[in-house]
Structures are given as structure tokens and as C-alpha cells.
Design a binder for this molecule. Structure first.
Ligand SMILES: *Cc1c(COP(=O)(O)O)cnc(C)c1O
Length: 385
């Protein structure tokens, strides 16, 4: 399916809504049936019906159709946040007594689900270095049901060989989930590489304007409808129709934004990579990166996230650098119009708080600003190092 068709036409059914160009926000909690026979049909297959907005809502359905098509999936189901989608996807694959093999240091709250919640319900998790797919194979036990990926990984952006891990899963009768938020559906499509379920935090690139939260799971129709009937309907973490509308609007410009962000980021990274105050840049699209070949194989393009290790052993200098930046907001998340930094130094205190990552690591996200404007800002702030 062509990208332009997906983003501008697919799922819109404009003739149903007075041929309005923008889709309607169907702000309703329920939908009436005309006859008992009608209601019976809806109840028999609620996953494919419009009966109650905790199940399906037509505005949300438009978004789901478009994201499913972008991922090359049969179907998709939207949630109120990325972590709601991650949690529902993982819970749908395991029962008490089962075992999961996951890439180590996934997204913070995914890690919390795996290491704090799942053990309470008798599900065990082994975390492996995902840069070698054989580590997944070696961690598989008789009760392993799921191999979990997040590629590239948060903060330091290690890649997993997605096709290789999916093939290992098939050999061992395990299912696979990948958190594809980092790449966006524009730059990486894991279903074609053999993955069963693809999850996104729509809060990031899909929304694109830092004004809405959402999540989505993409996969085979049968698997998605099974999640609908179990995890989705009972946990109730729905995406409201207003927020679905904002995400549809975000999708209209997604390819354009990804292209601009990719080009600007390459420019900023190339400035930083040769700067004497920078010890290391974590960015899989640098030819010097050990996984450069794999990045080129499974990602269509780079995105806006990278991290730098500043050349100092003084946390005060790191703080001075971050505080001195004028045009980067200091915030969590990424994927919006605005450039951001997230300093690991904020997780360090003299008393207790600490991170497994070094305090001189700063994660960057490059937004839609002029790259020269951003480079000038970084150059003046680096004088603090
Ligand atoms: C932000 C993020 C999430 C969580 O998404 P929310 O929309 O914030 O709930 C999950 N995975 C990754 C990789 C993320 O960056």
C-alpha cells in the first residue's frame, strides 16, 4: 500500500461524515442497535463492532487502520499510552509458570513490569545483551514463551538483529514482541522481519507535537482480536477519540518530519563526533559504530535520538553544559517539534540516587529547528567542559 494513500485516504470513509476532509471526533460512550438481532450480532463479535467506546470508537478505528497499514500488519489496537500497549502485549503472551527472554535495559516502565510485577504472578524474566542473537537462544528454557525486543535500545541505542531473533523464536515455538517506538513505523517494519507483535508509544513520533499520549499494538487480526477480548476490555486503558484525532493529524506529516529530523540529526552528530570536548557519540548510523551494517540493514534511516559522553569526570561541568543550552528543553520523552536533552546526571545525588549509566551521558533529541541554530547553541555550551 502506498504511504500517501495510507496517510490521506485509508479508513476515512468520508462519505459517512458529510465528506468532511478532517475526520469527526465521535465523542460518545455508546452506540445504539436498531434491533435485537443487530445487538446480538454486535455482542457476538464486539472486537469488530461499534458497541461501546471502551471497545471500539470510529475515530480511534481510523487511526488503528492507518498504523496497522504503516506497519504492514493485518490489524492494530490503540491504547491510552505506550506503556499500556507494552503491558497488554506482554500480558497477552504469558501465564503463571512461563518465562520471558528480554533485551536488557528496556524502557524504564517496561523494565518495572518485567522485574517488579510479573514475578508476583509467577512469570520469570531473563534479560540478555541483545547485540548477539545467540544470547536469546542460550537463555531459552523449556517454559520460555516470549522473546522481547526494543531495537534500538533506550539511551545507548544497541540494536538487536530482529530477523535473527524472530527466527530463533520460531524454532523454539516462542512468540516475539518488539517496541518499535524509537524508529517510528516510517523507518522500521518488524512484521516483515518475522515479529508477531509490534508496539509503539504514539506519544513520540506519531503524535509529533508533545501534546497527546497514546500507544498501539499491531499484529495478525486473530492475535489483536484476542488481546481485545482479554487484556484490552478488562484493563480499560483506552485511547479517547479526541486524542485519536490528534494522532491522526500527527500522521499526516509523519514522513515529512522524519525526513527533516533525520537530516538535521546527521548534521548535529557530525559536529559533535569531531568535537574535542566529546568523548563518544552513541548513534548507530555513524560508520564507526560497531552495528552500523545492521542499522543499515533493518532501519531505513536514522532518527533524532543519540547520546553523547562528555569529556569530563566532573559532574558540575556536565550540569553547567546542560544548564547553558538555550534552545534545548530539558525534558523526558522525544519525538515532538522541539529539541530536548535528558542528562543522566539528574539521576545522581550525593546521598543515594544513582544510575547504571555514567553521569556524563546526555541524551539528545533533535526536533524540527534549523540544525545550524542548534549547533551554535551546543558549541557555546561546550565551552563549559
Ligand atoms: C516513551 C516510551 C514508552 C512509553 O510510552 P508512553 O506513551 O510514555 O506510555 C515505551 N517505550 C519506549 C521505547 C518509549 O520511549
Amino acid at each position: 500500500m502506498e504511504l500517501s494513500y495510507i496517510l490521506n485516504e485509508l479508513g476515512e470513509d468520508r462519505e459517512l461524515y458529510f465528506n468532511a476532509v478532517a475526520p469527526p471526533i465521535l465523542q460518545t460512550s455508546n452506540f445504539a442497535a436498531s434491533t435485537v438481532a443487530d445487538l446480538r450480532r454486535m455482542l457476538q463479535n464486539e472486537a469488530e463492532a461499534h458497541l461501546y467506546t471502551r471497545g471500539n470508537n470510529p475515530t480511534v478505528t481510523i487511526l488503528e487502520k492507518k498504523i496497522a497499514a504503516l506497519e504492514g500488519a493485518e490489524h492494530a489496537i490503540a491504547f491510552g499510552s505506550g506503556i499500556a500497549a507494552v503491558s497488554a502485549a506482554i500480558l497477552s503472551q504469558v501465564s503463571a509458570g512461563d518465562h520471558i527472554v528480554s533485551v536488557k535495559k528496556p524502557y524504564f516502565w517496561t523494565n518495572a513490569l518485567m522485574n517488579k510485577f510479573l514475578p508476583r504472578f509467577g512469570v520469570e524474566v531473563t534479560m540478555v545483551d541483545g547485540t548477539d542473537p545467540e544470547n536469546y537462544r542460550n537463555a531459552i528454557k523449556h517454559n520460555t514463551r516470549l522473546l522481547y525486543m526494543e531495537s534500538p535500545n533506550s539511551y545507548t541505542f544497541e540494536l538487536q538483529d530482529i530477523a535473527a531473533v524472530a527466527a530463533i523464536a520460531k524454532e523454539h515455538n516462542c512468540s516475539t514482541i518488539i517496541d518499535n517506538s524509537f524508529a517510528s513505523p516510517i523507518n522500521q517494519n518488524p512484521i516483515a522481519m518475522g515479529v508477531d507483535l509490534v508496539v509503539h508509544s504514539c506519544t513520540k513520533y506519531i503524535g509529533g507535537h508533545s501534546d497527546v499520549m497514546g500507544g498501539v499494538i499491531c499484529g495478525r487480526r486473530e492475535s489483536i482480536n484476542r488481546i481485545f477480548e482479554r487484556e484490552f476490555m478488562t484493563l480499560g486503558a483506552i485511547l479517547p477519540p479526541q486524542d485519536a484525532w490528534l494522532l491522526i493529524r500527527g500522521l499526516r506529516t509523519l514522513p515529512l518530519r522524519m525526513e527533516r529530523i533525520a537530516a538535521s540529526t546527521r548534521q548535529v552528530v557530525s559536529f559533535l563526533d569531531s568535537h574535542p570536548k566529546v568523548e563518544k557519540v552513541y548513534f548507530p548510523f555513524l560508520p564507526s559504530h560497531p552495528q552500523y551494517k545492521l542499522a543499515q540493514k533493518q532501519l531505513r534511516n536514522n532518527t533524532g535520538q543519540f547520546s553523547v559522553l562528555l569529556k569530563t569526570d566532573d559532574i558540575k561541568r556536565v550540569e553547567a553544559f546542560c544548564d547553558k543550552l538555550q534552545h534545548f528543553l530539558m525534558a523526558a520523552s522525544w519525538g515532538g517539534h522541539e529539541s530536548l536533552i535528558y542528562p543522566i546526571a539528574a539521576s545522581y545525588t550525593e546521598g543515594g540516587l544513582k544510575s547504571s549509566l555514567p553521569f556524563n551521558l546526555v541524551r539528545f533529541y533533535i526536533g524540527l529547528e534549523d540544525p545550524e541554530y542548534l549547533i551554535k547553541d551546543i558549541a557555546q555550551a561546550l565551552e563549559q567542559i
